[in-house]
Design a protein around this ligand. Structure first.
Ligand SMILES: [Zn+2]
Length: 316
């Protein structure tokens, strides 16, 4: 095909016109870009909220297929995963009490295992949800747990709180870490007021002391890797039952080293935790602790806009 001059001119004009149009369009697109980005941010926020909402309404659906509000222990051995990484960040201590009165282990007197951790609390002391989650059951079991609350958490764990004097939550209620769920007591098979606290993964016992450090009001590491074959509920060799991979041991060591270093520096152990009070936000706490917002955010894997809950524990 052959182009003649007039046509070429027309083509030239057309091209110039197109360029002009393109430039204008680009300007328009450029002008709109921030709005689009904003829209995108809003969309992802909405999606994040929807995912969170879904997680709350049906926590850990990857692990659990049933929802039983009649029995504390309702899982079969075959439902327990071979291995599972539990995210412990975003925790709250169930009680500010630092006094452990009985550990997980065999009790010769009763000829059976004690499958939880007993922490000294007084009747009427507030007991808090350890992580975000949903109340799977609340019940009164006079021969066992007394008033008991079981929470299924978004991180896969279920926590059990026994011997309460009062429930403060109802079944199916969505709770945040640090939210009051009951009051300490002496109900059920209990001699003296205390909190019986259990941590389980699809019914499999995990020693709460592998996860929580009550004397120091802290978690032991940010993650805990559960191994089914490292578990065994019989016998009293608790140290053999919870095999951690090297990386987890390393992170545990790191925690221990920090703690030792802090102790050596003479700083109080509890100095590295801060319990959020009502009305506080990331910026106000950073100011109060005399550290930068970034330092506080980095230490806690949060952003400056993260909504903090009263009772939530922050590291610094
Ligand atoms: Zn107990």
């Amino acid at each position: 095909m052959e182009f003649r001059h007039p046509k070429l001119r027309t083509l030239g004009a057309l091209l110039i016109g197109l360029c002009a149009t393109t430039a204008t369009a680009q300007d328009l697109i450029a002008n709109q870009a921030p709005i689009d980005r904003k829209q995108k941010a809003v969309d992802s926020l909405t999606i994040t909220r929807l995912i969170e909402k879904e997680a709350f309404e049906a926590p850990s659906t990857d692990l659990y297929t049933s929802w039983n509000n009649k029995q504390v222990f309702c899982y079969s051995e075959k439902e327990v995963p071979e291995t599972y990484k539990i995210d412990l960040r975003g925790f709250a201590m169930p009680t500010p009490s630092r006094v452990v009165t009985s550990r997980v282990g065999y009790r010769p007197r009763f000829k059976r295992m004690h499958k939880g951790l007993d922490i000294k609390v007084y009747t009427g002391d507030t007991i808090y949800a350890a992580f975000d989650g949903k109340i799977r059951m609340r019940a009164f079991q006079p021969k066992g747990f007394g008033n008991v609350v079981v929470i299924r958490h978004n991180n896969g764990l279920e926590t059990i709180y026994g011997h309460l004097s009062k429930h403060l939550v109802h079944e199916g209620q969505v709770v945040k870490a640090g939210q009051p769920i009951g009051l300490g007591g002496n109900t059920g098979a209990s001699y003296g007021s205390h909190l019986h606290f259990e941590t389980r993964l699809v019914g499999a016992l995990i020693d709460p002391e592998e996860l929580f450090d009550f004397p120091n009001q802290d978690i032991k590491a940010d993650y805990y890797v559960f191994h089914k074959n490292g578990r065994g509920e019989k016998g009293n060799k608790t140290e053999d039952r919870f095999n951690r991979p090297a990386t987890e041991q390393n992170s545990m060591l790191a925690v221990a080293t920090n703690t030792a270093a802090e102790a050596a520096n003479g700083s109080a152990l509890q100095g590295k935790n801060y319990q959020v009070k009502a009305g506080e936000n990331v910026a106000s706490i950073a100011r109060r602790l005399d550290i930068s917002v970034d330092q506080l955010c980095n230490a806690n894997h949060i952003s400056r806009n993260t909504h903090l809950r009263p009772g939530q524990i922050l590291r610094y």
